[in-house]
Structures are given as structure tokens and as C-alpha cells.
Design a protein around this ligand. Sequence first.
Ligand code: KG4
Length: 334
Amino acid sequence: MKILAVESSCDETAVAVVEDGRKILADEIFSQVALHEIYGGVVPEIAARSHLEVITLLADRALEKAGIGRKDIDAVACTYAPGLIGAVLVGVNFAKSAALALGVPLIPVHHIRGHIAANYLAFPELEPPFLCLAISGGNTMLVDVRGYTDMAVLGRTRDDAAGECFDKSARVLGLGYPGGKPIDDLSKRGDDRAYDLPRPWVNDGNPYDMSFSGLKTAVVNLAHHAQQTGQELDKPGLAASLCRAVSESLVGRTMAAAEQLGYDKVAVAGGVAANSRVRADFEAACRKAGKKLFVPPLRLCGDNGAMIGAQGYYEYLAGHTAGSDLNAYATMEL
Ligand code: KG4
């Protein structure tokens, strides 16, 4: 089954063709980073307008790259939540029109379910159940993936997402937007013990909940203090200390949850899964605990259309298709 898959929840317009949920035939991505860079973050209206401009061209290009025609498409899938609402609306509207014109089913996909499904593209042998830590720019959650479409959130951030913590920290350090990769790159030259950053522990209630706003504020305060007192900041050291703090907040909880649930498969997904410290720490922790680790290659960590096509296939098999009244949502439970 060939699915034309559309992703437009933030600042990447992406259209892919995926076969049977596992094989990428085409995966076209247009990144809007250059459009938002000077503002230091995503401007929602600019994002939506840019999606509108390029989405049809990307779809044509995806079909061309896949070497198929419109009549070969068996279904159209799209991210319908969560995300910047104006941005999501563009993808949903395009997908609805395409499904209607082609006379094929329309499949709504939750963006985070898509991130998790990026692992199915990278690892043909991976099947639920497993534990997945989904870490992106807008979401951070620990998910019990009981089945392809049966998931339970074990814990989540109570405030900022891990990616947001990287992005805001990078902004005060003058590293540009999006900030995760520049911090990651800079951290490789730094001492991860240079700064004693807080490890946010959420002591009440759910042991798997997380928090990143305190860590972000600590970095912002350090940067402002250095500015005001004219002291020089050890930026590589701060970047390395931040990566270590974020990673330690994520890895310990994930491994504890895997142990408690008795899972021997641990997956990581989302843009922050590209972080080299997070990847290395998970590798070490899983090796030590005798668990198998699944982390997608870098190109499948960030937003892409292929992951929506992968999850879309399993949503279709579960009968989760939508009518022409499908709407877009800024927030939605997994
Ligand atoms: O999954 P994604 O592309 O978009 C969302 O669904 O949010 O994630 C984007 C986030 C941004 O916050 C970006 O700074 C972060 O992923 N990111 C990284 C790295 N590469 C991207 N964070 C840390 N280290 C990286 N290497």
C-alpha cells in the first residue's frame, strides 16, 4: 500500500511516499529555517504561508522521486495534531483535497505517533511493545507503545520541552536558531563539568514526569550575569554541561520505566534524539542494562513526511480514517 504523507506542523514542509509503513519511496523536505532565523524562532504566520507556497510542488516532486503517478497512491495521510495551528491547517487541507481528488482514504496522524514510527522505517525488525522517549522541540514524553496504535503516556514534561530548553539556551548564547545542533556541536569542545547546572527533579506524583524550564532559566541567568559583569563565559563548557544535564534528566527516567514495565526494547524519537550526548548515554545505559536500543538516523529524527506515512499505514490498518470533516488541532492527547 502506497501512502502519500504530509507533515506541516511546524517549520518543515514535508511530503513523502511510503510503502506498507516501512519502505520510503520518496521523502521531500523543505526547511523554513532561513525564513525564521532572523526572528530567533518560528513565526507562525510565516510558517503557514510558506507551507502553502511549497506543499503542492513538494508533492509533485515526491511522486516523481518515487517514480509513480497519482493513480498509484492508495491513501493520503497527514499530521492533524499537535502543532502550530495555522501550519497544521495547511497540510490537513492539502491532504483532504488530494484524498478527495484521488478518491482514496484520508488518514489523520498524531505528530508524536509519527516521530515514534520513524523507528519502524529505520528498523524493520522493530515491533511493539516497546518503550519510547519522544523528545522534540514542542513535546517531551515517555510513551508505553503497547501496539502500533495503542499507546499510553507514562510521563511528560510539566513545562518546557527538551528541545525548547536547547533552543532558548542557544539564543542567549548567540548560537542562532534552531539551537540544538549548534549546542551539540559546541559541546564537543567543552568540559561537561564546567558548570553545575540543576537537575530538575519532579518530586511529587509521577516519577516519570520531567521539567526543563529551571535548567533553561539557569543557562539564561548565567549568560545575563556574565554579560552584566563583563565576565567571559566558557560557552563550550556550558554547552557540554547543558547536554549532560538534559541527557541525565532523560536517560535515568527512561531506563527506570523500561525496567518497571519489563521492556527489553527502548526507542528514542524526535529532533532531540539527534543529540550526540543523548545518543551516547542511551547506548551506554542500554548496553549496561542488557536492553536493545532503537534510535533513528539523524535525518529521521527531525520532522519528516516519511514518519507520517509509516504511522499512517498502521492507523489505516486499525481503521482510523477520517471523513471530509477532518479538522486540525493545536493540541491533542496521544
Ligand atoms: O522533532 P523536531 O524536528 O520538531 C518538532 O516536532 O518539534 O525537533 C526540533 C527540535 C529543536 O528544538 C532542535 O533544536 C532540536 O530538535 N534538535 C536538537 C539537535 N538537533 C535538533 N537538540 C539537541 N541536539 C541536536 N543535535
